[in-house]
Design a protein around this ligand. Structure first.
Ligand SMILES: [Zn+2]
Length: 243
């Protein structure tokens, strides 16, 4: 299994991070993609990855809400942008902010950086799927991972036609997303926990080993064996991030 999106550098793992990583490995997690969120998380994610090489893959960026305050610090990220597995998470979030124009400018700036550094981009889109896809399409972004996908069936089809990867998170275990799961093609599907968020059982903190809950749900909806969807999502993740 691969957890294609989690935040292990968060404070909520400070007390037992090593145990969480060991538990993930024991459960069969092969690797973890760890995006940055705010400016300071870049350094913490890279430090963590440094001591877990070939298991934790760090990404560089500033999420859309933090970027409204921290855009002036993007030029300090150069070292991370060069070394990262992907740029992210970046995107649009109209749930927490209605500053659409500034968010769009910041998002386009990161898409330009993704081209400059030849990196895939992990996209966060909350209540903003149409604008997100419009910007991505217009910018001719090629290597795109739509994280914690929450769009409509039509959005999923559009994203897949554009060649984007669509990541389903452990919230599919409690959302009524049956029809959405089926519309995500097995060529484009990834899975993630978005830990510490989105615990599949809605019992406190989430962690990477729980990515199995998302896989089980997808296996059931597609009526295929768990091992098959496990292999498919591993291959897709490796392809999406060029691992
Ligand atoms: Zn995230």
């Amino acid at each position: 299994m691969i957890d294609s999106h989690c935040h292990l550098e968060y404070k909520s793992f400070n007390k037992d991070r090593d145990e969480v990583i060991a538990a993930a490995k024991k459960a069969g997690v092969k690797l973890i993609i760890n995006p940055a969120s705010d400016f300071s998380s870049n350094e913490r994610a890279f430090k963590l990855a440094q001591s877990h090489k070939r298991f934790i893959y760090p990404c560089a960026g500033i999420d859309p809400i933090s970027c409204l305050e921290q855009r002036h610090r993007v030029n300090e990220l150069v070292g991370y942008l060069e070394k990262c597995t992907a740029i992210g998470e970046v995107g649009l979030d109209y749930y927490w902010s209605k500053e659409k124009q500034r968010q769009a400018d910041n998002f386009r700036m990161f898409l330009d950086l993704a081209k400059e550094y030849e990196k895939p981009v992990i996209v966060h889109a909350r209540n903003a799927m149409k604008d997100t896809l419009d910007i991505l399409e217009k910018s001719k972004a090629e290597r795109v991972i739509l994280h914690c996908f929450s769009g409509s069936r039509a959005d999923a089809k559009r994203a897949q036609n554009l060649g984007y990867f669509v990541s389903l998170a452990t919230n599919i275990c409690y959302n009524n997303s049956k029809s959405l799961i089926k519309v995500v093609s097995l060529d484009n599907i990834l899975v993630e926990t978005d830990s510490p968020y989105l615990n599949p059982l809605r019992e406190g903190r989430n962690e990477p080993k729980n990515v199995s809950f998302a896989l089980e749900k997808i296996a059931k909806e597609h009526d295929i064996p768990f091992q098959k969807i496990e292999k498919i999502t591993e291959k897709n993740t490796e392809k999406a991030f060029g691992l």
